[in-house]
Design a protein around this ligand. Structure first.
Ligand SMILES: Nc1ncnc2c1ncn2[C@@H]1O[C@H](COP(=O)(O)OP(=O)(O)OP(=O)(O)O)[C@@H](O)[C@H]1O
Length: 712
């Protein structure tokens, strides 16, 4: 039975022939001599391995047949109308690039790609094209990276980053990826290492050499070995949108497949494919051993639902279990995970509750009301300044110091170390703060309830006592938003062994809570951390704008190190539109105008989104859009609706993506400004950082076009 190797080009099929292509490839993978397939060589073809096959009366597949070790493989190059297919088949050649060991397809007698003219050097601002300015020459591009001559010529002539990116867009696979890296200013050595390039060592068996090259990590950018019919269907039916399921970057593949001796941290900017790595890794772990118990978790239930959907899209056969502790993948929000642990423990929780709180709660599943800190502050006659006696300071102090250190009383709080908290507290202040914390706990005790951080802390203490852990592997998305108790919970969920914790995070996207250093909660990364830098989602123009929003901030990652930027995008598009308006009614009009123009141009409503500051503004925007005859819908806990324009808060937009986005961030309300004014300087600086991050998150939701409507 031949093996099918699908090229990325071949997955971009005309929708009208999906069914026929599927049937053709299915039959081919069973028996290439099946009557009706007409698998035939082509006369005068430059590559004797080339074959065409009959998809239907009008369409033909062009492929390469490789025979090695009694096994037959077909590399599917593409499917074209009959005459075009014959013409393509005559001039294509599949070979191994001798410099980098990767498979390459050349089109003999025609230029390798339809090339738009490259702007002449005379127009260059400082006389030299980009790559020359960066110190690259023909030798580096051709002899070290293995770029084809004509591509290297065009790249070296390209004036600036945009011109190199335009060129990159014309090449799928490793050529396009190397061009993007060059445009971003990477050294040749860095590219060789990242792409794992290696000179080819011919064995004398050409077909075996090509097969070997197709198995190289960077070949996975462009070629996929199809394991079964289901995989074939996914590649064919979803084309470019399904690319993440099949064609991984060599770095992504490494993080999917590698085993790590302990907790591993994967950082990367918005859209660099962190979630894709997590979902693939969950599948890889489940396939390796169907008995293992995998927890795939993230900050909110909405994000967990999206993860679960992605895992189903990637592979519906991976068992997703609803219950913690069962074989398969349990996808859940981290607070829901804590609740599940508490529910499962039943009456045996008392020890953990006493350990964390020094007392018990009668109904630990009930959640403490959100206004409890304010009530506690108001109930105590405090001498503290408003900079300390406010909900933000107290809830952070409680989550970052009191709970993780299991402080039960004033004496304990007077002694506890407070690393990472900006404000120094003398004895009198600690006593006064404890009075409020005691009032908070007293009222919750009366209700019998726990707040979310308490629930996670109690669940962590409960699990820490268990010898049999309910998970074998824990995969975490949006790690930057988790609290210390969450980390204690996740640490206690899985024993300390290889591949225990795999954490994806982006410090620039922290929009909840305060920053955390993992090492303080028993999660030692020690050198097991890597970064993704290629943005798959956002155009270079939108990415540039989004990065400008976080330019001035000091961001620190989960290992307490400054967060780097230096992201690059593989796609280009129009510059973001920044529209300044004077009034609310002008803002609503501008939002409606942009949405209307996209819909009129044929964009599907669900691919266009409006992102706003808060729920109040969201509902106003929905009403305004409806009044303009646009079918818009406020999105909260539910999934974005099909056939309608989703309007959502920037917080809710985390983890989503749309083709076109209007960002109507508005102005902070006077009440919000007054609240910020009352915070102590360290808390205020952190709140401002979160505000910048929120805009960065929102701006990076747009794949193709971004409009920002601002009011001074
Ligand atoms: N190898 C790939 N090939 C094609 N598309 C990819 C690939 N990897 C990721 N993508 C696409 O890039 C987009 C962003 O990926 P993903 O959501 O995993 O990024 P992320 O780093 O988790 O982003 P964020 O932090 O903003 O949530 C998605 O549309 C995804 O399908």
């Amino acid at each position: 039975m031949p093996t099918i190797i699908m090229g990325k080009l071949a997955s971009k099929l005309d929708g009208s022939i999906h069914g026929k292509a599927m049937a053709f490839l299915q039959k081919l993978s069973v028996d290439d001599t099946t009557p009706g397939l007409h698998v035939e060589p082509i006369q005068n073809a430059v590559d004797p391995r080339v074959r065409t096959g009959r998809v239907n009366d009008s369409w033909r597949a062009v492929m390469f047949r490789l025979d090695s070790n009694d096994e037959r493989h077909y590399v599917i190059h593409g499917i074209w109308p009959h005459d075009d297919a014959i013409a393509v088949a005559q001039r294509v050649r599949l070979s191994v690039n001798p410099i980098n060991g990767l498979p390459q397809i050349e089109e003999i007698a025609l230029p390798a790609a339809p090339s738009a003219p490259v702007p002449p050097n005379t127009a260059l601002p400082d006389g030299q094209p980009l790559l020359a300015r960066l110190g690259h020459d023909h030798g580096a591009l051709i002899d070290t990276l293995g770029l084809p001559n004509d591509v290297a010529d065009q790249a070296l002539a390209a004036a600036d980053e945009d011109a190199v990116l335009d060129l990159a867009q014309r090449y799928d696979g490793w050529i396009g990826t190397i061009l993007v890296d060059l445009a971003a200013g990477d050294t040749v050595e860095a590219i060789v290492a990242r792409m794992q390039l290696e000179k080819a060592a011919p064995s004398g068996d050409d077909d075996a050499d090509v097969l070997h090259s197709l198995m190289r990590p960077a070949a996975a950018l462009q070629y996929a070995f199809i394991g079964d019919q289901e995989e074939l269907r996914r590649v064919i039916e979803h084309g470019d949108f399904g690319a993440w399921r099949v064609f991984l970057h060599p770095e992504q593949r490494r993080y999917v497949e590698r085993s790590y001796s302990g907790p591993f941290r994967l950082s990367g900017g918005a859209g660099t494919g962190k979630t894709v790595v997590l979902v693939h890794r969950a599948r890889a772990l489940a396939c390796r051993d169907p008995q293992v118990r995998i927890v795939l978790t993230t900050f909110t239930t909405n994000l967990a639902e999206a993860l679960s959907d992605s895992l189903t899209q990637l592979d519906p056969r991976v068992p997703q279990t609803k219950a913690l502790g069962q074989p398969g993948v349990h996808v859940t929000g981290v607070d829901a995970l804590a609740s599940a642990v508490l529910r499962g423990a039943g009456s045996s929780l008392s020890f953990a509750m006493r350990e964390v709180l020094g007392e018990e709660r009668s109904a630990p599943i009930a959640r403490t009301v959100g206004t409890r800190w304010r009530e506690a502050i108001e109930s105590v006659d405090t001498s503290l300044s408003p900079e300390l006696a406010n909900e933000a300071f107290l809830s952070t102090e409680y989550a970052h110091i009191v709970l993780p250190n299991k402080v039960h009383d004033e004496a304990g709080y007077l002694r506890v170390r407070r690393p990472g908290r900006g404000v120094a507290l003398d004895r009198a202040k600690r006593s006064a703060l404890w009075a409020i914390i005691a009032a908070y706990r007293a009222q919750s005790r009366i209700d019998g309830s726990l707040d979310f951080t308490e629930a996670a802390a109690v669940a962590a203490a409960q699990l820490a006592r268990q010898i049999d852990k309910p998970a074998d592997h824990v995969l975490v998305d949006e790690g930057q938003d988790l609290s210390p108790s969450h980390w204690q919970l996740l640490r206690a969920l899985v024993g300390e062994h290889p591949d225990d914790l795999f954490i994806a995070e982006d410090a620039h996207q922290r929009i909840y809570g305060s920053r955390v250093v993992l090492g303080r909660y028993g999660i030692a990364i020690v050198g097991r951390s890597q970064r993704l830098t290629l943005n798959y989602r956002t155009t270079a123009q939108n990415l540039h704008y989004a990065l400008s929003l976080i330019d001035s901030g000091q961001y620190v990652d989960l290992e307490d190190q400054p967060e780097a930027t230096g992201y690059r995008s593989a796609r280009t598009g129009p510059a973001p539109t920044i529209k300044s308006v004077d009034s609310l009614s002008d803002e609503l009009q501008a939002v409606a105008d942009h949405v209307r123009s996209w819909l009129d141009a044929g964009d599907a409503p669900e691919t266009v989104a409006v992102l706003v500051q808060d729920r109040f503004h969201r509902d106003r925007v929905v009403t305004a859009l409806n009044e303009h005859g646009i079918d818009a819908r406020a999105v909260d806990r539910d999934r974005p609706p099909a056939g309608r324009v989703p309007v959502m808060t920037m917080h809710r937009a985390k983890g989503t993506e749309f083709s076109k986005v209007v960002l109507a961030a508005g102005r902070p309300s006077p009440a919000e400004l007054a609240r910020l004014e009352r915070l102590d300087p360290a808390e205020r600086a952190d709140a401002e950082l979160r505000t910048q991050s929120l805009r960065y998150v929102a701006a990076t939701r747009a794949r193709d076009e971004l409009v920002v409507v601002t009011r001074p």
